[in-house]
Design a protein around this ligand. Structure first.
Ligand SMILES: Nc1ncnc2c1ncn2[C@@H]1O[C@H](COP(=O)(O)OP(=O)(O)OP(=O)(O)O)[C@@H](O)[C@H]1O
Length: 252
């Protein structure tokens, strides 16, 4: 599904990703963990095509298509979705209008018929139930005045509606209370499918009790330095990240 090889990327003239390799198969969930400032959000932004990041080497393909040559909206049409670490507020843009426009743009790009108002409302209500999201939030501007937890739930609600092929969740668990964490995890689990892959960026092993990953990777100094199963997250919780400096010193 996603194949990243030797990816190097800069912010300004500072290199943040130093030759990153990652393969994610169809239907798999991969957790990305790592210390602050190691490049996790940068990876998410580079894949989504956000302005301000320059790829200087390497490749990133989604189902064989070169992502790096596409505009952000073309990547979304192809099935890439990013749930932001800090969801963006769009004052003046109604949440329902925004979601319907986004979904229909993706459907048009895929050659599928657009949802009319009735079909869209039916779909929204079905997805709302899974995320226990208050219907009143849909009448408000996108994320505007939402609490931190409501914003995160709204991101997963968007994902549930847009049904991406690859979803990147950037610290979707940060700022959630215990109940909201379970609700968000239930929402993510409800979106699991053999045709959908997920990259879950998190600092906390706790999330992975609810969303069982197939693989866990440690991203440090702009590279994946270790990969394993769920037990790797437990090990990180126990050991912290101090050992990384020793690993990178030996490698250097
Ligand atoms: N727009 C920017 N301008 C300058 N430096 C940046 C910019 N964006 C990212 N960086 C730097 O790139 C490095 C990696 O940042 P990034 O946000 O990808 O880390 P992260 O692993 O997601 O961290 P955290 O766990 O704290 O969210 C940091 O040193 C950060 O300061």
């Amino acid at each position: 599904m996603l194949s990243i090889k030797g990816l190097r990327a800069n912010v300004g003239d500072k290199e943040i990703l130093h030759g990153l390799d990652l393969e994610i198969g169809a239907g798999e969930i991969h957790a990305i963990m790592g210390p602050n400032g190691s490049g996790k959000s940068t990876l998410a932004h580079v894949l989504s095509g956000r302005d301000g990041y320059t790829v200087t080497a390497g490749s990133a393909e989604l189902n064989g298509v070169n992502l790096l040559a596409l505009e952000p909206e073309q990547r979304a049409h192809l099935g890439l979705f990013l749930a932001f670490q800090y969801p963006v507020e769009l004052p003046g843009v109604n949440n329902t209008y925004f979601l319907k426009a986004a979904l229909n743009a993706i459907r048009r790009a895929r050659g599928e018929s657009e949802y009319d108002a009735v079909a869209f409302m039916r779909l929204m209500k079905e997805k709302l139930r899974v995320l226990h999201l208050d219907e009143s939030l849909l009448k408000r501007p996108v994320n505007f005045g939402f609490s931190g937890g409501e914003k995160k739930r709204n991101e997963i609600f968007q994902m549930a509606l847009l049904e991406p092929k690859l979803a990147i969740l950037d610290e979707t668990d940060s700022g959630l209370d215990i109940d909201a964490l379970r609700i968000v995890a239930d929402g993510v689990n409800a979106c699991r499918s053999p045709e959908r892959s997920m990259m879950v960026v998190t600092h906390y092993q706790r999330l992975l009790d609810y969303i069982q990953p197939d693989y866990v990777h440690v991203l440090a100094h702009g590279q994946i330095i270790r990969s394993g199963g769920k037990e790797l997250a437990l090990e990180l919780e126990e050991r912290g990240y101090g050992w990384i400096e020793q690993v990178t010193e030996v490698a250097a």
